[in-house]
Design a protein around this ligand. Structure first.
Ligand code: KG4
Ligand code: ZN
Length: 341
């Protein structure tokens, strides 16, 4: 079964063709970083306009690389939520047109659920139930995952996402956008103990995160240190604070759920320090870790097509009136789990 997956939820235009929810035949991602860089963050109006410019070429390339024609597709899956509304509607319009013209079923996919599924896409042997940390520029969420379509949110950020914290600190230092890769490169030969940064909510009983205070603390240190600030040590210290909190809460969830596996997905999963420490902790606990390759970890169409397959099998079809939704409708925290922590 060949599914086309389209994701235009934020600033990447992506189309992919995936067979049977598992074999990625193509996964084309067109980044918009060069258009948002000067603003230090994603500008929604620019993002939607760039999607309009790119979508047809990205779609064509995805089909070409997969060696499949539009008529050979068995369905079209598209992200409908959450995301920037002006961005979402571009992908949805493309998906609807294609599905309508070629009489294919249209499937709507929750972008966050698809990020979770990317762990399984990268490692088909990954057992259920497992814990998934989805950590990106827009989200920092821990899920308990019972199946491709069955998951429960255990914790989320109460303010900024972890990727946003990286981006904001990099912006503060005038280093460019996106800040995560820049800071992690600088951090590679820095001393993570040099500057003292807070570990927000590290000891709180729940599995929620808070990263907005980190930016304020970073600004204070930057002002105090002035010219003396060592960028490598500073980047390493910021990175350490973020990674420590992310992993502490994630592994508390692993423990509480007695999970045998862990997925870390989303753009921040590219962080080498996060990957190394997550692997060490997983090995120590004897659990399986799936951190998908970057092409499946950041925003991509393959995870949408992958999860779309399971939705299609479950009989789900989107209406032609399908529209984008900026917020997710997958919330509702696992209240029962709070007691177990
Ligand atoms: O999933 P993603 O591509 O899409 C958005 O959420 O927009 O994630 C992008 C985020 C950005 O905040 C970026 O700074 C962060 O992921 N990121 C990283 C690294 N690479 C990307 N954060 C920390 N370390 C990295 N190496
Ligand atoms: Zn995403």
């Amino acid at each position: 079964m060949l599914l086309l997956g389209i994701d235009t939820s934020c600033d990447d235009t992506s189309c992919a063709v995936v067979a049977d929810g598992q074999t990625v035949l193509s996964n084309v991602i067109s980044s918009q970083n060069e258009y948002h860089g000067q603003f230090g963050g994603v500008v929604p109006e620019i993002a939607s306009r760039r999607h309009v410019v790119s979508i047809e070429a990205v779609l064509r390339e995805a089909l070409d690389r997969a060696g499949c024609s539009r008529g050979e597709l068995d369905g079209v899956a598209v992200t409908s939520c959450p995301g920037l509304i002006g961005s979402l509607v571009v992908g949805i319009a493309a998906a609807k047109s294609l599905a309508w013209a070629y009489r294919k079923p249209l499937v709507e996919v929750n972008h966050l659920q698809a990020h979770v599924y990317s762990g399984r896409l990268a490692a088909p042997e990954l057992p259920y139930p497992h814990i998934a940390l989805v950590v990106s520029g827009g989200h920092t969420i821990i899920y308990l995952v019972r199946g491709p379509l069955e998951m429960e949110m255990l914790g989320t950020t109460v303010d900024d996402a972890a990727g946003e914290a990286f981006d904001k600190v990099a912006k503060l230092l005038g280093l460019g956008f996106p800040g995560g890769p820049i800071l992690s490169r600088l951090a590679a030969d820095g001393d993570p103990q040099r500057y003292e940064l807070p570990r927000p909510l590290l000891h709180s009983k729940d599995l929620d995160f808070s990263f907005s205070g980190l930016k304020s603390a970073a600004r204070r240190i930057q002002e105090e240190e002035g010219e003396r600030l060592n960028l490598h040590d500073f980047a390493a210290s910021v990175q350490e604070a973020i990674v420590e909190v992310l992993l502490a809460k994630t592994f508390r969830a692993v423990e509480a759920a007695r999970a045998q596996a862990l997925v870390i997905a989303g753009g921040v999963a590219a962080n080498p320090r996060l990957r190394t420490l997550a692997q060490q902790k997983s090995d120590r606990r004897g659990i399986m870790l799936s951190v998908p390759p970057m092409s499946l970890c950041a925003d991509n169409g393959a995870m949408i097509a992958g999860l779309g397959y399971h939705l299609l099998l479950a009989g789900q079809r989107a209406e032609w009136s399908l529209n984008g939704q900026p917020t997710e409708y997958l919330s509702g925290k696992g209240e029962a789990w709070k007691a177990a922590l």
